[in-house]
Structure formats: C-alpha cells, structure tokens
Design a protein around this ligand. Structure first.
Ligand SMILES: [Zn+2]
Length: 76
C-alpha cells in the first residue's frame, strides 16, 4: 500500500512542471479545484484519485486582490 499524499502535492508538482492540474473525482466524475481532501460535489474522501491536466482552453472566472487598509498603529 502506498503512502497517502496531500492533495496539494500533485498540484504543486504540476506547477513546478509548468502544468495546471486539477483533481477529478472518480465517484461523481466531476472536476475538483482547488486541491481538497473531500469532493465538494459528492463528499467522496478521495477526489484526488485521478489527476487531470487543464488543456489550455480554460478561462479565468474570477480573481481577487486584497489590500490591507490602515496603519501599523491601527493593527496594534
Ligand atoms: Zn465527487
């Protein structure tokens, strides 16, 4: 039996190789992104059993930038 790996390992290895990888749940056959230990669609405990590559035809649906307002004194 192989050692379990964190869901982020395959994702991080993909980034290092210049690839965007996502989990593909074998229970419900849906994509899972960002890396998780449970499938957000069906609750399966191994959504990372199969990892797929993004084929380059995707788009960004949303993004977020966070700015910290205030001064260091206000933060305590
Ligand atoms: Zn699932």
């Amino acid at each position: 039996m192989s050692e379990p790996t964190a869901p982020t390992v395959a994702y991080a290895e993909g980034l290092a190789a210049g690839e965007l990888r996502f989990q593909h749940c074998t229970a419900c056959e849906r994509a899972v992104f960002h890396p998780r230990v449970l499938c957000p669609h069906c609750g399966d405990a191994e959504p990372g059993a199969r990892v797929a590559l993004v084929n380059g035809n995707g788009g960004v649906l949303s993004s977020q930038a966070t700015a910290l307002l205030g001064t260091a004194e206000a933060l305590g």
